[in-house]
Design a protein around this ligand. Structure first.
Ligand SMILES: NC(=O)c1ccc[n+]([C@@H]2O[C@H](COP(=O)([O-])OP(=O)(O)OC[C@H]3O[C@@H](n4cnc5c(N)ncnc54)[C@H](OP(=O)(O)O)[C@@H]3O)[C@@H](O)[C@H]2O)c1
Length: 253
């Protein structure tokens, strides 16, 4: 099998790409930082094709798919993403729109184009990387949380369409809690949290994808948090999320 992994230059995307290569998959990897992708290719014992792309640009999403569409690949790890941290009235609109273009628009375009290809061959896996942020309102990280709710709900909705069609194509959402990557730095988080180790999270994501799980949540703490998300009113969750996010400022909000 061959997998297309977005955001493979760092963090979760890199770890999932490494895990898939260890399983014997060949890879198509993409991100903006080509030198990071080259370093990954040198590290892995797999056939790795590098396609640098800035996924905040719609035309580069289409160009990426055009370049790989005729190749026999059947896994999409739709992972590239970023956050913009801060109070909604103070965050920079240009950065936020860039985030929404990667987290929502690029994710949507690649999911749709790959689904069309996979549906035609009646097999394939699409794993969209959402977040535990998808489950609740996220004051002080509002646009990011909302973007991840989009990823989760889109995945769940299309999964149901495929189920009714008796399609063999898998769609799932990976919803980890905090993991130590470059994410916090890119999002301007001053003080981050870490939960499940990166390689364990990536390993779990891939194993559960093969088991065709709809929503994949690594770690007992985040599984428990998911239960609370379902029980508690949104207002209570919003207040708790505010208090949690506030501690990440390392100063006044
Ligand atoms: N770390 C966490 O705590 C956590 C928790 C839940 C969910 N997630 C999600 O996991 C995914 C990966 O994040 P991470 O934690 O691994 O963060 P990361 O280490 O910062 O990696 C982000 C990846 O996305 C790529 N990317 C960002 N902007 C891009 C753009 N404009 N065009 C193409 N690629 C772009 C980056 O590549 P380049 O910079 O080289 O382009 C990088 O490979 C994201 O969707 C994030 O929302 C993270």
């Amino acid at each position: 099998m061959r997998a297309l992994v977005t955001g493979a230059s760092s963090g979760i995307g890199r770890a999932i790409a490494t895990r898939l290569a260890a399983d014997g998959h060949d890879l198509i990897v993409t991100a903006r930082r080509e030198e990071r992708l080259l370093a990954l290719k040198q590290e892995l014992d797999a056939d790795v094709e590098i396609v640098p792309a800035d996924l905040s640009r719609e035309e580069e999403c289409f160009a990426l798919f055009d370049r790989v569409k005729d190749q026999p690949f059947d896994i999409l790890i739709n992972n590239a993403g970023l956050g913009v941290f801060g109070a909604f009235q103070k965050t920079d609109l240009t950065r936020e729109l860039g985030m929404l273009r990667v987290n929502i628009t690029a994710m949507h375009i690649l999911m749709k184009l790959c689904l069309e290809k996979f549906a035609g061959q009646d097999r394939g896996y699409i794993l969209n990387v959402a977040s535990s942020a998808a489950f609740l309102p996220g004051p002080l990280f509002s646009g990011y949380y909302a973007s991840k709710a989009y990823v989760l709900r889109l995945s769940q909705a299309v999964r149901e369409e495929l189920r009714r069609e008796k399609s063999n194509v898998y769609i799932g959402a990976f919803c980890p809690g905090p993991i130590a990557t470059e994410f916090g730095q890119a999002a301007d988080v001053k003080k981050g949290f870490t939960g499940v180790p990166l390689s364990c999270a990536a390993d779990y994501a891939v194993r559960m994808m093969y088991k065709r799980k709809a929503v994949i949540i690594p770690g007992a703490t985040m599984k428990l948090a998911r239960v609370l998300d379902k029980i508690l009113p949104d207002g209570v969750l919003a207040r708790a999320a505010y208090n949690l996010q506030k501690t990440k400022f390392g100063g006044s909000v």
